[in-house]
Design a protein around this ligand. Sequence first.
Ligand code: DGL
Length: 270
Amino acid sequence: MTSDPAAPLLLFDSGVGGLSVLGKVRAALPDAPVMYVSDNAGLPYGTKTEAQIAARVSGLLGRLTERFRPRLVCIACNTASTIALASVREVLEVPIVGTVPAIKPAAAMTRSGVIGLLGTEATIRQAYVDRLEAEFASDKRLLRHAAPELVAAAEAKLRGGPVDPAVFARAAAALRAMPDGAAIDTVVLACTHFSLLETELAAAFGPSVRFIDGSDGIARRIAYLTDGQTWARRDGEAGGDLALFTRGDPADAALMPALAAYGIDRRVMF
Ligand code: DGL
């Protein structure tokens, strides 16, 4: 574990989704220096194979941790975490916090006993999710739906672009159309991108549905693991927090206001 107070927390996602986790981490640890990494060259992860995702995530995190010496890595992506968390933990020395579908809190929240889960195609087929369901929701009904178009919607929203409201209606309708779907009262946002769309999804599902994601638990876990450590976050032009992208895309300049809202004022290629 590093004792350098400027050593950052490194948050990793395929795109902007991890910002939903960063928001909670900021609230819990306002002085923590943060490095936000978007593997936009690999976006979307949700349509890739397990082997492709595992290779990208462990390769990139290996290079990033060697070069930037973070004090902790947060894989702020359900797809990457449910597939690669164990293997990444095996090879890296740094503490790793993953993001996994919030099935446990959802099971405690539901009154109807029917929980919806929105994730990527890759996430909803993972054995990791089967295990969470068996351990925490075996007496509930868990209905899973892959909504890849919500990933693109979140990317567009954060660039200030237009988002077709039909994508939210389609996600809600797909879960409602499943057997027992009408009784869903709790929806797990099992992709960090989707948490950036909670307002739109809430409008599509209506007032009887509550949403839950893993971000509060992650912020608590990171605060616990770094308890007692000192932080040196440098604000402003001298070097505020940094976002790293794996592909240079001029269109991503449109992301700067959204990044600034999360305390990130510089964007570089990795
Ligand atoms: N944000 C990612 C997640 O939490 C996935 C988005 C994607 O790349 O498909 O699952």
